[in-house]
Design a protein around this ligand. Structure first.
Ligand SMILES: Nc1ncnc2c1ncn2[C@@H]1O[C@H](COP(=O)(O)OP(=O)(O)OP(=O)(O)O)[C@@H](O)[C@H]1O
Ligand SMILES: [Mg+2]
Length: 309
């Protein structure tokens, strides 16, 4: 991979938010701010409208999440999430452990269908198509929405077969096509130079960081419209993490990425938009620079600066 110059990052400001302006900032819903008592309102189950920054309205949205609720049995994990996800951008989901980030991510490609106790209400649309419409082909849907998990999960087969897996499922047999897609995907995932001479080796022999890039290559081989990444670097060392972050930067534009991270510097470095969740609610959502440096809500500021959670 050619080393790209690392961008100056918000982390250089040590994530110190600027003092919030006293005047009410612009928000999409125009609701009065209840900054300072948001967490109490949520804990008391009072009605609460997320602070969605006006900047989001200017974006084209690949994914529209509307009043989405999810229950695991009697326990409610998501509360009326309304969240448009911009096309060709990186959106980070942040929030304390257990606030529903993975649940929301898994709902987008219907991984939660696999859990019997799950019940949902509300709507999600991918490029206008209802994700939960009766008759929606879930296999097709998952080709349009790729997912990479916290722990790399290469299949126990060769590097080559891992990458072309989705094409094999589709019945593609043309060796030239398979080889081309394999190379393009591995190049896209910045792994080609490291593995081009051992494509037939078992993927399980790759290092953790290489396995994670292989999983990204496997996901992008299917040419998804959306790439879901659930803490993709949490099992990696700082060098492998930096490579994945560079990769996310390079993939931006071609793909719309929705990424969960616990790492505030990573969210500030890699994402264009950041959504802050708490106890199953979307709390504040806006351009990453605004969320980190001029959040509208005190709660967001406290979380980002480590004074909470
Ligand atoms: N399969 C499941 N069955 C029942 N409850 C679940 C299940 N998965 C998650 N939950 C619950 O749903 C809530 C949200 O969990 P989720 O895994 O989405 O949180 P998270 O924000 O991803 O947390 P973390 O940062 O620790 O990964 C938690 O209270 C969790 O216990
Ligand atoms: Mg999670």
């Amino acid at each position: 991979m050619t080393e790209i110059a690392r961008k100056p990052t918000l982390a250089q400001y040590e994530l110190t938010p600027q003092p919030r302006k006293s005047a009410s900032p612009p928000s999409m819903n125009g609701a009065p701010s209840i900054s300072g008592r948001v967490f109490q309102a949520i804990a008391a189950n009072e009605p609460f409208t997320a602070e969605v920054h006006a900047g989001l309205a200017n974006e084209e949205h690949v994914l529209e999440i509307e009043r989405f609720d999810l229950w695991y049995g009697a326990s409610r994990a998501l509360h009326s999430i309304t969240m448009p996800v911009p096309k060709g951008k990186v959106t980070a989901l942040i929030g304390p452990s257990g606030c529903g980030k993975s649940t929301l991510l898994r709902s987008v490609n219907r991984m939660n269908d696999l859990i019997d106790s799950v019940r949902i209400e509300g709507e999600m649309r991918l490029s206008g198509d209802s994700i939960y419409a009766p008759g929606q082909d879930v296999i097709e849907l998952r080709k349009r929405i790729g997912m990479v998990f916290q722990k790399p999960n290469p299949f126990p087969m060769s590097i080559f077969e891992n990458v072309v897996y989705s094409l094999r499922i589709d019945g593609e047999r043309d060796k030239r096509v398979l080889a081309e897609v394999c190379e393009a995907s591995l190049r896209g995932a910045s792994l080609w130079d490291e593995v081009k001479d051992r494509l037939n080796d078992s993927a399980l022999r790759l290092s953790g960081g290489q396995q994670q890039r292989l999983c990204i290559a496997r996901a992008i081989a299917a040419e998804p419209e959306v790439l879901l990444l659930d803490e993709p670097c949490s099992a990696l060392d700082p060098i492998a993490t930096a490579r994945i972050e560079d990769l996310i930067d390079e993939l931006k534009g071609s793909y719309s990425i929705l990424m969960v991270t616990h790492n505030m510097q990573q969210a500030s470095r890699t994402s264009d938009f950041t959504a802050f969740m708490y106890l199953g609610r979307l709390v504040e959502y806006g351009p990453t620079g605004d969320i980190f440096l001029q959040p509208h809500l005190k709660e967001t500021e406290d979380y980002i600066s480590g004074r909470f959670g």
